[in-house]
Design a protein around this ligand. Sequence first.
Ligand code: OAD
Length: 252
Amino acid sequence: MAIDFDPDLIGALRKARKITVLTGAGVSAESGIPTFRDALTGLWQNFDAAALATPDAFRRDPALVWGWYEWRRMRALAAQPNAAHVAIARLAGRAGHLNLFTQNVDDLHERAGSPDVRHLHGSLHHPRCSGCARPFSLPAAAPVEPEGGRRLAPPSCPACGGAVRPGVVWFNESLPEDILAQAFASCTSSDLLIVVGTSGTVYPVAQLPDVARRAGCPVVQVNPAASELDRACTWNLRGSAAHILPALIGRA
Ligand code: OAD
């Protein structure tokens, strides 16, 4: 069924010379990658974030943490981009200028064809040494992991022997400064911000819609549920990303 969009939204989309897109776990939900805060399937409902996603957790039990992230990496590798990832990649080809920022650590935007994806929370696919920070190459595929992973000692860095760690941003860690600065700059200089599938509960990224609005950039949010960002958004489109985004971007 055709979706009725506010004509002002379609007008803003067509007029926009510069667009920023910000995505969260919801954009990959329809690819089968669980979100974090879903009441039934969310990762943080089923696993303890404090035991798995902090620098302390890795120091305490590297094999537990590494095994869990390898399980997530295998799930991400087995998943395919969905219609939302594809629509965003298509918009990048059409809009004069589009910057894509994601909080996701999977590579589904890249595999859908989006150029220059900026990962605010790092990537499952770019581990590095916890000592000297040298990047470490992992095999693309590994054996199928049991649900939640298995204990697995992290590889050792060939340069210094340190434990290799996942290339993600953990709680109590800073986001990559350059990418965060680019996100703020992009939101304040865009003609439209499209926010997809994020609960808006993790800072500093959760500030971006509000920062954009204050700078005069209208914000459209795609999310099947209410989020912390609703008040900051000009338009709240209630529905799944793979349903709404292709229809919206088809009107660009
Ligand atoms: P959350 O799990 O907090 O929120 C996912 C959002 O996606 C929710 O608002 C859902 O309603 C929405 N959603 C679910 N299915 C959707 C669909 N099919 N289409 C569109 N939206 C859908 O995930 P994030 O906001 O990405 O950080 O979480 C932010 C950060 O919190 C993550 O990057 C991660 C996590 O802890 C770290 O690990 C540091």
